[in-house]
Write a protein that binds this ligand. Structure first.
Ligand code: ACM
Length: 688
């Protein structure tokens, strides 16, 4: 009996110790799979040395990385010696499920990082650096003894930067690659070309960078407003730039030494105004500044694209080449004799199939050169090319459709991954394109939809943050949009869902902001975060809640906010019209009648609208409010004209309401469409 008790006691103590240790936080982001704090510390000293069994270029890269890191270790050590950091390639085993898996063991005597691949060792070093940087205040770096066993959730962990709308220097790109590596991201999607500027030297087509890389305006916004013309580099007002092929090689090598693959994007068939401005013969009209899509009936389009892609493939070793594919207008194709002839000779029923023909043809070209095609989810239109991977941005539907058709997909839905959206109360933020994507929302994302089978789920390769730069004219502003949201994305991409906790992450993110600033990054000040629109956080109880609403005009299918009950559900909208609380009407009035069920005294009727002119969301021209007791005879009680200027650029909210005394069973609320057309959005009709 006594022995039995002793064993039970030992077992309980062991359990307790284990749970205390296992739950200990290392403070590393993204949060590792397993972390155990142990007794003692390892101190980095002058004599601390490094040993590795890595060979060749990987060895050289790793040693120079460590020397230049905050650890500043250059002394060569011997395996197993005291005060040595050993980076060991080990045999493949279940302990290391991925080439990026690693184990980091810190004891008072030595540090050992093991992995089956250079990538894993590199990530072990990043974790070590993060531990070291937490102790930066003291001049001596002391590392708590610990054991970390880590492996990523996804193999694709990406950041996309748009350098077309505003050019970013190669130094800036390298600076962001440093932070990507630090937070264990491994794909840099370089949006090198778009309608607002071509940014990569192509030797065969010099006009792309002699002219299509330069605009006579400081910002995209001014250029966009003033005719969208290019100039030459020699123009005294020329603003822009491009990467020479040498620059590209430098960035690719820099990224590669940090285990980041650079995926170039060459847009086709849409978003190609800049190419068609300088090589108009590749468009349906044959004239500059008319079309945004390549002419697909024209064989010289394919010659051009294949020549460009040939030079691109020489510069980028990436298996994936991104060919864009998004938002082609397909306008010119309908009346273009060459496109029509192509459709007829290839038996293509419509312009979607014409686009698909092009993507298939480009895919064959890439495959013939040993590469794989990656494109935005519009490449599904008209039939997906046989081996294409889909980048799902218009929600998750594209990724789901791809996986269900046995294709691989990368999730980057706007709602969770578009870092050009506001990250806080828009009135306290620099102007953004719209939307609202706070840190917490990025963090909440799960890139694997429940609707997929377990086999289909494996086809979701990972997740990516996209930063589009229309409203991001400076590098400082770009960093502000990236950080600290990129840390949340990194944890979405790396950390096992059961290990995630926003409260825990938030504390780390607060510290990371200080760290990033100390390293010269301009970040959003998380500690001053205002958060969501206050009225959206509480449910508003009022007389119309749950009552019947009769719509004269149907709301737009993408912005239903939950349907017929949305305007009387008690829930107000947040900062963004796409948050499923705002109901949108396109090209028509909001015209609804609420039946309160019985006549009652009413003292106020209010509804909010928002204006954000970038995406075409306008205030109503005016609002009319009527009441009725019988539902037949309506009495007008208020007419309110809009007084928000059409050129007001900031996101603005305005209430259109009435106060007084009326007896009513029916309320008829009409918000007339603005002369601009576009959308009107409201969130709730509040009756008191
Ligand atoms: C995109 O945002 N047009 C991919």
């Amino acid at each position: 009996m006594k022995q039995h008790l002793t064993i039970t006691f030992i077992f309980i103590i062991a359990l307790l110790c284990n749970s205390v240790n296992v739950n200990a936080q290392s403070g590393i982001t993204p949060k590792p799979l397993y972390e155990e704090l142990q007794k003692g510390i390892f101190t980095i000293k002058k004599k601390t040395a490094v040993y590795t069994n890595l060979e060749g270029e990987e060895r050289t890269n790793m040693l120079s990385f460590l020397k230049e890191s905050s650890l500043k270790i250059s002394k060569k050590g011997k395996l197993g010696k005291k005060n040595t950091i050993s980076l060991l390639l080990v045999e493949k085993s279940e302990e290391f499920p991925s080439p990026e898996s690693y184990q980091l063991s810190i004891t008072p005597a030595k540090i050992t990082i093991s992995a089956t691949n250079g990538a894993g060792l590199f990530y072990g070093v990043q974790s070590l650096l993060q531990l070291a940087n937490q102790n930066e205040d003291s001049r001596i770096i002391k590392l708590p003894a610990s054991l970390i066993k880590d492996t990523p959730r996804f193999g694709y962990r990406g950041l996309h930067l748009d350098v077309s709308r505003h050019f970013l220097s190669k130094e800036f790109i390298k600076k962001q690659i440093d932070m990507m590596a630090y937070y264990k991201l491994n794909r840099f999607h370089w949006h090198l070309v778009d309608g607002a500027g071509w940014r990569i030297e192509i030797k065969k087509y010099p006009l792309l960078t002699d002219s299509a890389a330069w605009r006579p305006y400081n910002t995209w916004k001014e250029w966009n407003k003033n005719g969208k013309l290019y100039c030459t580099k020699e123009n005294p007002k020329a603003k822009g730039g491009y990467y020479t092929q040498e620059d590209i090689k430098e960035v690719v090598a820099y990224a590669q030494s940090r285990f980041i693959t650079v995926i170039p994007e060459i847009e086709m068939p849409g978003h190609s105004e800049e190419v068609l401005a300088v090589y108009p013969e590749l468009s349906c009209s044959g004239k500059p500044y008319v079309d945004s899509d390549f002419c697909i009936g024209n064989d010289s389009t394919f010659t051009f694209l294949e020549n460009v892609l040939t030079e691109v493939m020489e510069l980028f070793p990436s298996k994936y080449i991104h060919i864009g594919g998004d938002e082609a207008t397909k306008k010119g194709w309908k009346n273009c004799p060459k496109c029509q002839a192509r459709m007829s000779s290839e038996n293509l029923k419509n312009v979607d199939e014409l686009q698909s023909y092009m993507i298939h043809r480009i895919e064959r070209f890439l495959n013939d050169h040993g590469r794989k095609l990656l494109g935005w989810d519009e490449i599904l239109q008209g039939g997906l090319a046989p081996d294409a991977t889909v980048m799902s941005w218009r929600g998750e539907q594209g990724g789901i459709a791809a996986a269900k058709a046995s294709h691989q997909a990368i999730m980057t839905p706007g709602e969770f991954c578009y870092f050009d959206a506001y990250q806080d109360d828009p009135s306290s933020e620099p102007k953004a394109i719209g939307g609202f994507l706070p840190l917490k929302k990025v963090y909440s994302y799960n890139p694997v939809p429940d609707s997929l089978s377990s086999e289909e789920k494996k086809l979701i390769l990972g997740v990516q943050a996209n930063v589009w730069a229309e409203y991001i004219p400076t590098p400082e502003h770009m960093e502000y949009m990236i950080y600290p949201r990129l840390l949340a994305l990194s944890e979405v991409a790396w950390t096992a869902p059961e290990r995630k906790s926003y409260t825990d992450f938030y504390e780390r993110a607060l510290k990371a902001v200080t760290f990033l600033e100390s390293r010269g990054y301009n970040t959003f000040h998380l500690k001053d975060e205002v958060g969501e629109r206050p009225v959206s956080l509480v449910r508003e109880n009022h007389l119309a809640v749950g009552k019947k609403v009769i719509y004269a005009n149907k709301y737009y299918h993408n912005y239903t906010a939950g349907g017929d009950s949305a305007l009387v559900d008690g829930y107000r909208g947040g900062w963004a019209y796409a948050d499923h609380r705002w109901q949108g009407f396109i090209g028509k009035d909001l015209d609804v009648t609420i039946d309160l069920g019985s006549s009652m005294t009413v003292h106020s009727i209010n509804a909010d609208f928002m204006q954000i002119i970038g995406p075409g969301v306008w205030m109503p021209r005016n609002v009319e409010i009527f009441v009725s007791e019988d539902g037949i005879t309506f009495t007008p009680i208020k007419q309110i004209d809009n007084d928000v200027p059409e050129n007001k650029e900031e996101l603005v909210f305005r209430d259109f309401g009435w106060e007084g005394n009326a007896v009513a069973r029916y309320i008829h609320y009409v918000a007339h469409l603005n002369n601009k057309g576009g959308f009107i959005f409201t969130d709730e009709i509040i009756v008191k």
